[in-house]
Write a protein that binds this ligand. Structure first.
Ligand code: 13P
Ligand code: SF4
Length: 308
């Protein structure tokens, strides 16, 4: 069976839209109606008139789409596709931090659960975190969670003293600084681009730091013979399409156990077969309780309004 053709047929038949993140396997990106970063994907989820959303990404992304579309079916090809960053922020512990700092505005990175979003004033993504932090008056203290690396980076960019949660992404924390320097010595003159979930010593060496969409845009607009790319390797598919003549080198991880570059095991749980099965059977579906949803939608809508 030609899975891609069957998926295209089912999408039409069921009036479904497939939204995919840049870290998905190439064959999923090819059947998607839209491929983007977390902000682009939430904007598309907020705007779509499709009856069903199939989210080829991880759980928090599909959950955000469900919060925005309570009356639509939102499907995730593999319900186990989680996120180490989201898992690093359990609701009970986060509530304690908020209760201990009641005068703080709570800004959370979109990589967190619906429960955490429900406790937040504003949500942000890697592409608008600076804008969202700067939307709060200077004298108002801010809790920023769950990614400490993005938090430290935004702290530096804005000059704000943020109260940071101690969370991180296993994929971006795995980049090896020493191996990156060696790689650069082998490819002198190449440009280093990095995702802000990476540790600060990686970000300090980078010519550009930004979201996945921002990194693709930078490569397009700043021609160079070679780029060293410090983020999940799935991004190379769309990036290479934009700059076919350019050499793109994935940044090396500390322990190269399963692949030569950094892959997010959660993102890679989705396969074309699972995408087909979930469209066909309309399962597994994302559910969010109405009590959580009505609180969690507020910080997401504030973010979308500020990011127009
Ligand atoms: P972007 O919003 O930059 O695509 O990041 C999502 C993510 O999970 C990075 O690990
Ligand atoms: Fe989460 Fe990291 Fe995977 Fe992104 S790359 S989904 S932050 S575990």
């Amino acid at each position: 069976m030609d899975l891609a053709k069957e998926i295209t047929y089912l999408k039409k038949k069921k009036h479904a839209v497939v939204l995919a993140h840049y870290y998905q396997v190439p064959e999923i990106q090819e059947v998607a109606d839209y491929v983007g970063d977390s902000l682009g994907l939430s904007q598309r989820a907020a705007e779509t008139d499709a009856e069903m959303i199939v989210f080829a990404g991880v759980h928090f992304m599909a959950e955000t789409a469900k919060i925005l579309n309570p009356n639509k079916k939102v499907l995730l090809p593999d319900l186990m596709a989680g996120c180490s960053l989201a898992d690093s922020c359990p609701p009970e512990a986060f509530k304690k931090l908020i209760d201990a700092n009641p005068n703080h505005v709570v800004i959370t990175y979109i990589n967190c659960s619906a429960e955490i979003k429900a406790m937040s004033d504003l949500v942000c993504t890697s592409s608008n975190a600076e804008l969202i932090v700067n939307s709060i008056p200077k004298e108002v203290p801010i809790i920023f969670a769950p990614d400490k690396n993005l938090g430290k980076y935004i702290q530096k960019k804005t000059g704000r003293d943020l109260l940071l949660w101690d969370g991180s992404c296993i994929v971006h924390e795995a980049f090896s600084f020493d191996k990156l320097l060696k790689l650069y010595q082998q490819h002198p003159g190449s440009k280093i681009i990095a995702h802000p979930e990476s540790e600060s010593h990686i970000l300090e060496t980078a010519n550009y730091v930004g979201s996945t969409a921002g990194m693709i845009d930078f490569v397009k607009k700043n021609p160079s013979e070679k780029f060293i790319v410090a983020t999940e390797a799935g991004i190379l598919h769309k990036m290479q399409e934009q700059v076919p003549q350019t050499v793109l080198i994935p940044a090396p991880a500390e322990e190269d156990n399963t692949c030569a570059c950094s892959e997010c095991a959660f993102m890679k749980m989705n396969t074309l077969q699972k995408l087909y099965n979930c469209l066909l059977n309309e399962t597994p579906q994302i559910e969010v309780s109405e009590t959580i949803r009505e609180k969690a939608i507020l910080p997401i809508e504030r973010m979308l309004k500020l990011s127009k």
